[in-house]
Write a protein that binds this ligand. Structure first.
Ligand code: WTA
Length: 579
C-alpha cells in the first residue's frame, strides 16, 4: 500500500519558524552552531555545564528542569538550580572517594532523580559515566562492569543483590553507593556507602572540570552479532549535535514540557532526556513506571506535555487500545517524534487521527550518539521513511566496498565521519572500532535505500542484532546464557518478526542426550535467561532442534535459522557444514 506524503504546510503552523530544511542544508555549519552554544555556555566545555549549570545565569534558573513521577504516583520536581546543586554535591562526593578524570563510574538505577543527578555529577568531575539498564541481571552486569573496570557503582537496595552475586569478580570496584529511596533494609558491606547520608555533607558548589572536545563523557555497552557487548565511548562535544537536533527535530521551545519515554540505560535516555534536551532548557517529565495506555495518556494530560519522544512498539501498543485515547485531554501536545526501530506508516497515519499530529521518525544508533537521519519538524513526511540526513550529517547508501549506490538501490546505510556526536572509540577494542569504517564511511550495520528526494528507507539489519520492543539485544549474549543451563548443549538465537514488538527473540535449542523436550522446559529456559541475563532479553519462543546449522569452522549460521523460520530460501550455503 502506498501512503501519501504529509505536507507540512497544511499542518502545525507553530513549526513554521524552523529553518527550511532544503535551504539550510547547503550552508549549514557546525562551527556556527558551536559558536552559538559556546556563547550560551560562557565558553565552558563540559556537557553537564552546557546541559544544566549554564541556565543558572539566566531566567531559567528557577524553572522546573525535572518533573518526576514514580510508578505508585508519588511526584517530585526540581529546578535547574537544584539539579545543578545536587549534581555538584555528587561531584564533590566522587572527588572525596578519590575518583579521577577518565575513571569509570557506573549507574545501575531505576529512572529516579538520583540517576540524573549522579550522571551529571560524574561528568562534572571529568570521569566517564556508564549506565546500566535496570532490567539487567548478574551476567549482563558482570560483562559490563568487568570490561569497563568501573571504580564506583551507584545502585539501590532493590537492585544491589544482583551486584552482590558478582562482587568477587570485580576487583576494580572500590565503592558502591546505595541510594536509600524505597529501601526496606539497607545492604551493608565494606565497600558500601549511602547516597543521601553522604550528599548532605557535601558542598553545593563545585569547580567544574573544563574538558577538551574529545574528552570522554559517557559510555554505553551495546550489542553486535558476535562476542560480548562493547563499550561505546562518547565525548563531551557530542552535546553539540544532541543540542541542535533536540532544537530542530524535537522542536523544543521556551515553554515546552517534554516527555521522553526512554531509559537512560540506553542512548536515547542520555542524549534526549539529559543532555541535548536540557541544553535547550526544556522542562522534562520522567515517569518511572510500567507501560499502560491510560497511565501514559494521564501523564501527558497531567503535565500538559507538548513534545513527546517515544518508540514504535509503544505507539503500536497504544494503537491496540484505540478507545483509551478519547478519555484524555491531550490538546497541549504539539509535536511527536519516534526512534529505535522501524516506524510503520500505519502508526503515522494513526497518530494523525488520534492526536491530529504525525510522528516524526528519527534514525540513529548508540554509536552515532545523536540523531542522524530525521524528519525535521518543518519537513514533509513520507510515512514509512526515516526522513533525510540532518544538516551537517552526510549520509548515503553504499555497497560493501564503500561505493555510493544509485537511488532505489539497496545497500548499507553509511555516514561520513565528521559530525560531532559520532563515537570516539570502542573501549579497549581499537580494531573493532576501525572495523566500522570502509572507504571513508562509517558503516552503520543497517540496510536501506534512498529515494530521488533524498529520503532514506530502512530495510533490515545487515547482521544478526535483534531489536525487540525497541531494545537492542545481541544473540550471542542470549545464547551464552542458554548454554549454561544444565539441559542445554547449544543454542542459536534470532529475531523473529512480530507485529507488535518489531521482533521477538526466538531460541533454537539442542538438548543434552536424555533431556526430554517439553513445554515446561521451554518456559524454564525463557525464565532462565530472564533471571540471569535481563528482564527484556529473554526468548519468547523456544524450539528444540537436533542440530544447529554451522559453518565448517563452527560458527552458528543464524541467517539459516531465520530463513527456515520465515519459510524463505536459505541462500548461499557453500560454507555450511552438512546440515
Ligand atoms: C534501529 C537507538 C528503523 C537500527 C537510538 C539501528 C531504527 C538500531 C530506527 C540502533 C528507525 C533506530 N528506523 N530502525 N528510525 N532507529 N533503529 O543502538 O537498526 O539502541 O541500527 O540506538 O536501531 O539501536 P540503538
Amino acid at each position: 500500500m502506498k501512503f501519501k506524503t504529509i505536507k507540512k504546510t497544511k499542518l502545525q503552523k507553530s513549526l513554521t519558524n524552523l529553518p527550511d530544511y532544503g535551504k539550510t542544508y547547503g550552508n549549514f555549519s557546525w562551527t556556527q552552531i558551536e559558536k552559538e552554544l559556546a556563547k550560551e555556555s560562557g565558553n565552558i566545555l563540559n556537557a553537564a555545564y552546557i546541559a544544566i549549570d549554564k541556565h543558572r545565569n539566566t531566567d531559567k534558573k528557577n524553572k522546573i528542569a525535572l518533573y518526576y513521577e514514580s510508578d505508585n504516583g508519588s511526584k517530585e520536581q526540581y529546578t535547574f538550580t537544584q539539579i545543578s546543586e545536587l549534581s555538584n554535591q555528587f561531584a564533590n562526593l566522587l572527588i572525596k572517594t578519590g575518583v579521577q578524570r577518565g575513571e569509570r563510574v557506573f549507574l545501575f538505577l531505576p529512572r529516579i532523580p538520583e540517576l540524573f543527578v549522579a550522571f551529571l555529577g560524574i561528568l562534572k568531575t571529568g570521569a566517564i559515566a556508564g549506565t546500566l539498564f535496570s532490567a539487567f541481571q548478574e551476567k549482563a552486569l558482570l560483562d559490563r562492569l568487568e570490561n569497563s573496570e568501573a571504580k564506583i557503582l551507584v545502585t539501590d537496595s532493590i537492585l544491589y543483590p544482583r551486584v552482590q552475586k558478582i562482587l568477587r569478580s570485580l576487583p576494580h570496584l572500590k565503592k558502591i553507593i546505595i541510594v536509600e529511596r524505597n529501601a526496606k533494609a539497607l545492604p551493608k558491606g565494606e565497600k558500601i556507602i549511602y547516597f543521601a547520608k553522604e550528599m548532605v555533607k557535601m558542598d553545593k558548589e563545585f569547580k567544574i572540570r573544563y574538558m577538551q572536545k574529545n574528552d570522554p563523557a559517557f559510555m554505553l555497552y551495546t550489542s553486535g552479532t558476535t562476542g560480548k557487548p562493547k563499550g561505546v565511548i562518547h565525548k563531551h562535544f557530542a552535546i553539540l549535535q544532541q543540542y541542535i537536533t533536540a532544537k530542530w527535530v524535537l522542536d523544543l521551545k521556551e515553554n515546552d514540557v517534554y516527555w521522553c519515554t526512554a531509559d537512560p540505560g540506553w542512548v536515547t535516555g542520555i542524549a534526549y532526556e539529559i543532555l541535548g534536551t536540557w541544553a535547550n532548557g526544556a522542562s522534562t517529565v520522567v515517569f518511572d513506571g510500567r507501560f499502560d495506555p491510560s497511565r501514559w495518556y494521564k501523564i501527558i494530560q497531567d503535565y500538559k506535555v507538548t513534545v513527546w519522544y517515544t518508540a514504535p512498539t509503544a505507539i503500536r501498543m497504544l494503537m491496540a487500545a484505540p478507545d483509551v485515547v478519547k478519555k484524555f485531554d491531550l490538546s497541549p501536545l504539539r509535536h511527536l517524534a519516534s526512534v529505535g526501530e522501524p516506524l510503520n506508516p500505519e502508526a503515522v497515519i494513526w497518530s494523525l487521527k488520534a492526536f491530529g499530529l504525525p510522528f516524526h521518525d528519527t534514525w540513529w544508533q548508540t554509536e552515532t550518539g545523536a540523531m542522524c537521519i530525521v524528519n525535521i519538524a518543518s519537513m514533509d513526511i513520507k510515512p514509512g521513511s526515516m526522513g533525510r540526513p540532518f544538516p551537517g550529517v552526510i549520509a548515503d547508501i553504499v555497497d560493501d566496498k564503500g561505493r555510493i549506490l544509485p537511488v532505489k538501490k539497496e545497500g548499507n546505510i553509511a555516514l561520513r565521519p565528521g559530525f560531532p556526536s559520532l563515537m570516539k572509540s570502542i573501549w579497549r577494542r581499537p580494531q573493532k572500532y576501525r572495523s566500522y569504517f570502509i572507504n571513508g564511511w562509517y558503516i552503520s550495520g543497517d540496510r536501506g535505500w534512498k529515494d530521488k528526494d533524498g529520503y532514506f528507507w530502512f530495510l533490515s539489519r545487515a547482521d544478526d542484532v535483534i531489536k525487540t520492543g525497541g531494545e537492542r539485544v545481541g544473540p550471542f549474549e542470549v545464547e551464552s546464557v542458554l548454554v549454561e543451563h544444565p539441559g542445554v548443549i547449544e543454542a542459536g538465537v534470532i529475531g523473529k518478526p512480530d507485529a507488535l514488538r518489531g521482533e521477538i527473540i526466538k531460541a533454537f535449542v539442542v538438548l543434552k542426550q536424555g533431556v526430554k523436550p517439553s513445554e515446561k522446559l521451554k518456559n524454564e529456559l525463557s525464565l532462565y535467561v530472564k533471571k540471569h541475563l535481563a528482564g527484556h532479553a529473554y526468548p519468547r519462543e523456544v524450539e528444540f532442534i537436533d542440530k544447529l546449522p554451522k559453518t565448517r569452522s563452527g560458527k552458528i549460521m543464524r541467517r539459516v535459522l531465520k530463513a527456515k523460520e520465515l519459510g524463505l530460501p536459505v541462500g548461499d550455503t557453500s560454507t555450511l557444514e552438512e546440515y
